[in-house]
Design a binder for this molecule. Structure first.
Ligand code: ADP
Ligand code: 5GP
Length: 219
């Protein structure tokens, strides 16, 4: 006979979809890496992209790097829950990947841009979203320059894009300012924790617990 504690533990509610967006240079990659490393049960949604692989990036880990032809075929086959043109390259989120993780009871983190978030919100109304903000425009510029990973022209374009993207913070559920890295990380961890105790995420568990109150000694 399975114990009650075991029964409660095995009750499985599908995981949540969590979207994080930020202007380039805000520190999103840094924070997402730390969040993934510190929170168990969180799965990173590996996007498909047509952009070339950067040094140190791994196919299947950071992205699935595909040709425009292959990407186009996936769009036609409706394999993406959302996709967008970001800085002239195509990026898309695999619907199957999300479903699989959710069915396994895992929460899925989507690192996608504001256009992708807009689509996810319409397709998956239960998704929760976080917008990461840099402390100021000047600090964003400083971070992009000191990262030494982009040419001045690319930085200029990213900063121009940032001016547009920053206006969309109102569309998100949570706003986290990345001033001190450690406190921004703490906020992100707290958001994930809060998402996990939402009623929708706990329904099955609450029902199982409620069942244990029926019948027995005091009826
Ligand atoms: P994004 O993924 O948003 O483009 P990165 O994670 O690459 O940004 O961060 C951009 C640069 O800013 C990196 O050099 C990173 O080390 C630095 N950085 C990130 N967070 C902070 C922070 N809180 N304070 C100072 N520098 C930061
Ligand atoms: P990068 O090329 O620097 O890795 O990412 C550029 C931008 O594309 C980032 O804002 C990132 O969040 C976004 N992005 C990455 N994957 C996806 C995706 O699958 N869909 C959308 N819409 N944006 C994505």
């Amino acid at each position: 006979r399975v114990s009650v504690a075991r029964e409660i533990k095995t009750a499985r509610t599908p995981g949540s979809v969590i979207v994080i967006s930020a202007p380039s240079g805000s520190g999103k990659s840094t924070l997402v890496k730390r969040l993934m490393a510190s929170v168990p049960g969180l799965v990173f949604s590996v996007s498909y992209t047509t952009r070339p692989r950067r040094r140190g990036e791994r196919h299947g880990k950071d992205y699935f790097f595909v040709s425009r032809e292959q990407f186009g075929r996936m769009v036609a086959a409706k394999e993406f829950v959302e996709w967008a043109d970001v800085h002239g390259q195509w990026y898309g989120t695999s619907e199957q990947q999300i479903r699989k993780a959710q069915q396994a009871g895992k929460d899925v983190l989507l690192d996608i841009d504001v256009q992708g978030h807009h689509q996810v919100r319409r397709r998956l109304p239960d998704a929760v979203s976080i917008f990461l903000l840099p402390p100021s425009f000047r600090e964003l510029e400083r971070r992009l320059r000191q990262r030494h990973s982009d040419a001045p022209e690319v930085i200029r374009r990213r900063l121009q894009n940032a001016r547009r993207e920053i206006t969309r913070w109102r569309e998100y559920d949570f706003l986290v300012v990345n001033n001190r890295l450690s406190s921004a990380l703490r906020s992100l961890q707290a958001v994930v924790e809060a998402i996990r105790v939402r009623r929708q995420a706990q329904q099955q568990r609450a029902q199982e617990i409620q069942k244990t109150f029926v019948g027995g000694k005091y009826e």
